[in-house]
Design a protein around this ligand. Structure first.
Ligand code: SAH
Ligand code: SF4
Ligand code: F3S
Length: 448
């Protein structure tokens, strides 16, 4: 559950447990061990954990030897309290205990008693277990480059459940990416809660733009993405990197959260609306084709109609390629939970749908502008909509479905866009044998 960091951590869990002879299965009813890697970002995410745990009660009754573990952000937040609502859980291990999962499992196997580990002691770097890799066969992979967050936005639980920012050593990151390329990975997304703060604290002598240049030199790697960036840490040098590093895809996720200065202050975001708009202008100046996506919270405590109007205005001014919209939700221990002037649910719902409607028009318009162009699509796998379809992404991160031909997962193929929808594009591979276009250099641009 949750963000890309959890996807990455779940893979590390599989690798940690491999020496104990645990292997992944798609059949929970046959599993000896079920681990939920949880998210606490909004109330709804936390509810999801308890409803899933509810569904495991009967399984545990029928098979008392089944071990149930709860890890991730809800585990870190709740600790022992989790047993009150879910007494059938065996292990609660927080984000700090990720690297101790295998010994916790062993302890439960031996002693058959409940264990909690939310001890804030952790490795000096985000956990990375070299082998064995279970996600082979994919074209893309996430690589955690830093974890935690020092920003303490007033609504956000992340600094409390993930701790302070810690960056990985660049050498380890590069070795991991080289290993992924050897396993046929074509695209990596460098991930962290605030990737552009990478290296600021740890003294590895390598900041984020420098890391991107190193990653850009990895032989055989075709594309690089990164997420998430904080506007206040988006330096001019990083913006220029979009021109310097060829493999860097022209897309940035740059959460703005609100278009109102008053709200941005209350959110403790550390920038103004004007600052954000200037960053967007700089990005577009350096890389006119860049796609910009964002996150917005509606109904933050004290958000008045004028504040919301300012957000609508910013959304119209920027014209985002896509937008992730959230209704504000109280989280344990965060300052905003104690703020007065909470916005009623009905107002949040109304603002949510107003903004969504505006954005859908933008997204569709931007997608339609791509019809009759040819895009370099990195093939990710079978399409989800129809049989005999493949799916992949354009450099700007748009999903393209197209008829299955000779294209193989991991290749970059030129695809002519024939139809645009709100959330995807439909295309037709260019050329009789389009494989011939996907030579080692990739990234060939094709005029419309
Ligand atoms: N580190 C990233 C985002 C992490 S969480 C950043 O700083 O941008 C992903 C998104 O969840 C946030 O951008 C925010 O829009 C949303 N979010 C976080 N806490 C929230 C809360 N309490 N209620 C509603 N949305 C929230
Ligand atoms: Fe949360 Fe703010 Fe950190 Fe993002 S930057 S993880 S929103 S505290
Ligand atoms: Fe959720 Fe934790 Fe990620 S709260 S968004 S899983 S850092």
């Amino acid at each position: 559950m949750g963000c890309q960091m959890n996807v990455y951590d779940s893979e590390q869990m599989l690798r940690l447990l491999a020496p104990l002879n645990y292997r992944p299965t798609s059949r929970p009813d046959k599993a000896d061990l079920i681990v939920l890697n949880t998210c606490s970002i909004r109330e709804k995410a936390e509810h999801k954990v308890y409803s899933l745990l509810g569904r495991l009660v009967r399984m545990k009754q029928q098979r008392p030897d089944l071990i149930i573990g709860v890890g991730g952000c809800v585990a870190q937040q709740e600790g022992y309290r989790l047993f009150e609502r879910a007494p059938h859980v065996d292990i609660v291990f927080g984000t700090f205990a990720l690297g101790r999962l295998h010994s916790l499992v062993q302890k439960v196997e031996d002693q058959k008693k409940q264990i909690v580990d939310i001890n804030p002691r952790r490795e000096s770097e985000p956990l990375y277990v070299k082998e064995p890799i279970f996600t082979t066969g994919n074209a893309t992979a996430f690589v955690t480059i830093m974890q935690g967050c020092d920003n303490f936005c007033s609504y956000c639980v992340v600094p409390y459940v993930r701790g302070r920012e810690v960056s990985r050593n660049p050498k380890g990151i590069l070795e991991e990416i080289e290993g992924l390329v050897e396993n046929d990975i074509s695209e990596v997304t460098l991930i962290g809660q605030n990737v552009n703060a990478y290296g600021q604290k740890n003294g590895h002598g390598c900041d984020f733009p420098a890391l991107l240049e190193y990653v850009g030199d990895v032989k055989g790697l075709r594309r690089i993405r990164f997420t998430t960036s904080h506007p206040k840490d988006l330096s001019d040098r990083l913006i220029e990197t979009f021109c310097r590093v060829d493999k860097l895809a022209p897309h940035i996720h740059l959460p703005v959260q609100s278009g109102s200065d008053r709200m941005l202050r209350r959110m403790n975001r550390g920038y103004t609306r004007d600052f954000y708009l200037k960053k967007v202008a700089k990005l577009r100046n350096v890389r006119p084709d860049i796609a910009i996506s964002t996150d917005i919270i509606v109904g933050f405590p004290g958000e008045e109609r004028v504040d919301f109007e300012a957000t609508l205005d910013l959304v119209r001014k920027v014209g985002f390629d896509s937008l992730f919209l959230f209704k504000y939700s109280d989280r344990p221990n965060v300052p905003a939970a104690k703020f007065s002037n909470k916005v009623p649910e009905a107002v949040k719902v109304e603002r949510f749908s107003t903004l969504l409607e505006i954005q859908e028009k933008f997204t569709l318009k931007k997608n339609k502008a791509l019809v009759r162009t040819t895009q370099d699509v990195l093939v990710e796998g079978p399409g989800k909509r129809l049989p005999n379809q493949l799916t992949g992404r354009t450099p700007c991160n748009r999903i393209v479905n197209f008829p299955d031909g000779m294209a193989r997962v991991g290749r970059i193929v030129p695809v002519r866009i024939v139809e645009a929808f709100s959330h995807s594009l439909l295309g037709q591979p260019v050329g009789r044998d389009h494989e011939e276009y996907s030579g080692e250099d990739g990234g060939i641009s094709h005029a419309a």
